[in-house]
Design a protein around this ligand. Structure first.
Ligand code: THU
Length: 160
């Protein structure tokens, strides 16, 4: 028997410490919370996706009376970007959450389904994706979707 260990590297930033490209993407994700349709949870999530060519696509969570039919902000924005630009790699994504009249103090955390989709996008374009999770106190930055979903099921696993 042997024990294996998985290490996740997260950089915690203050907003002021980020470069102007990262700040701008976070601003877009915060703005995108206004696009949220969340009458059930009252939890508005905004996401902004930056492509390698500089284009930015935003999205927000879209809820449904049949709860599982809704979609998270990350997948709304990512599928939108990928559907519009299927040949352009994703450079980074920023996510912000707004509830109770303010942005959350802790960084929002993508759900498991969204992590799987972010990872697929990273593999699809063979390009690491910078993931920024906004909180008013600190911002978590991951350099790759693999750090958010280690030991995952990916394209290669289908080959046995
Ligand atoms: N939500 C997102 O949009 N992204 C996440 O990463 C977590 C959760 C949405 C789904 C639902 O509309 C609301 O937040 C509450 O779970």
């Amino acid at each position: 028997m042997k024990n294996l260990e998985i290490v996740t590297r997260i950089s915690a930033y203050k907003y002021e410490e980020l470069n102007s490209e990262d700040k701008a993407l976070i601003d877009k994700a915060k703005e995108a919370t206004n696009l949220s349709y969340s009458p059930y949870s009252h939890f508005a999530v905004g996401a902004a996706v930056l492509l390698e060519d500089g284009k930015i696509f935003t999205g927000a969570n879209q809820e449904n009376a049949a709860y599982p039919s809704g979609l998270c902000a990350e997948r709304t924005a990512m599928f939108y970007a990928n559907a519009q630009c299927p040949n352009t790699a994703v450079k980074s994504i920023a996510i912000a959450c707004f509830t109770g009249g303010h942005f959350t103090s802790k960084p929002g955390s993508p759900c498991g389904n969204c992590r799987q989709v972010l990872l697929e996008t990273e593999h699809r374009f063979r390009h690491p994706m910078r993931i920024m999770l906004y909180g008013t106190e600190e911002i978590y930055v991951f350099e790759s979707a693999e750090s958010l979903l280690p030991h995952s099921f990916v394209d290669d696993d289908l080959n046995g």
